[in-house]
Design a protein around this ligand. Structure first.
Ligand SMILES: [Zn+2]
Length: 85
């Protein structure tokens, strides 16, 4: 089993210190990545569907097709803490 921490907003794996977001007191936040969470706040507010669109647009950079990225995001995002009902 792998227990790498993944961002509970976008699903990105967080491996190194710089990948993690920061709390209001500048300490490391272990639930969200640096792209989603800085200084104790989300850098971006929106719905899960909007997040799926964002991730789909970034698909090319990750070597995925748009369809693959959308499928992955649609399956994974509902499991993340930020999007849990
Ligand atoms: Zn994130």
């Amino acid at each position: 089993m792998e227990d790498a921490l993944i961002c509970q907003s976008c699903g990105m794996p967080m491996m190194k210190k710089e990948d993690f977001g920061t709390n209001a007191d500048n300490s490391q936040n272990e639930e969200y990545c640096t792209y989603c969470f800085q200084g104790g706040k989300f850098t971006w507010e929106g719905t899960m569907d909007e997040m799926i669109e964002k991730l789909t647009l970034m698909a090319g950079k990750m070597g995925l097709t748009e369809d693959e990225a959308r499928k992955m995001a649609t399956e994974n995002l509902p499991k993340l803490k930020r999007w849990e009902k």
